[in-house]
Write a protein that binds this ligand. Sequence first.
Ligand SMILES: *Cc1c(COP(=O)(O)O)cnc(C)c1O
Length: 319
Amino acid sequence: MATLDTPLVPSPYLSRLCGGDFLLKLEIGQATGAFKLRGAANAVLNLPADAPGVTCCSTGNHGRAIAFAARARGLKAVVCMSKLVPQAKVDGIRALGAEARIIGESQDDAQFESRRLADQDGFCEVSPFDDPHVIAGQGTIGLELLQQRPDLETVLIPLSGGGLAGGIAATVKQIKPSIRVIGITMDRGAAMHESVKAGHPVPVTEVASLADSLGGGIGAENRHSFALCQKYLDDIVLVTEDEIYCAMQAHYFEDRLVCEGASAVGAAALIAGKLGKTLGPTASIITGRNVDMTVFTDIVSGRDVRLGAMMLKGKPHAA
Ligand SMILES: *Cc1c(COP(=O)(O)O)cnc(C)c1O
């Protein structure tokens, strides 16, 4: 179940906006279409030999990675998700032979069900972000980044539960303390941002977002990812749905990339002028490509997109 060392490629368009090298770390090349395979594979390989099965909650990509890794080890997997998870992601998980359970309206409801399964059936539960093996797996992206470009000065990381940002930030800052690491997330329901501001984990209301992979809380009992983000992130920047929409168009038309809203938040912050001036060589993690293709084609065609109760006004890509 090997994970890939992924390419770090230049974006000429975003480099022009940035005024220096702007590079894309293409995690969309992983076998499950997202970086989450790094952490999930590490966690599943470290489960006890007699584990009866594995369970998790997920916004989709962690579940797919767990399903993939569990199949490779011949383990049963049950993935718990809320109704907010796009059907494309649910289908991808079922196609790998895992059971997909749709529970409730939020990631918290899904988490409750996976905990119940762990208690009741003795399944091993693997958190999407608050697990040392998961965080270490995601942190390998940081090792690759500095091998590929030792001169990197800024890393932009899509931020949700903080396993990715915490793992990468802890890794790159130990190798190169001067590097700046910025977490980026959507402005509605930004759990890690609210928690870092408050100094402790706080709950948020989850709403539909183009960055559906960034939804959900960080857990009131958070043990690892919150402390890492609090300690190692230099800043957290918030982007609007409109800004994510434009950034998905930019990645498509300028970089020829099909990627999720969650992957486009780094570009969104740059295009919106929210990153300040002195970035130096910058890498943005293109975390996943498991986007609903109907929504995606609507966006690149400049059409309106419905997000729960909200209607996002369409507009064509303006280079
Ligand atoms: C899970 C995920 C993230 C965020 O990772 P966290 O460790 O939860 O912060 C970003 N992008 C995509 C595509 C994801 O699936």
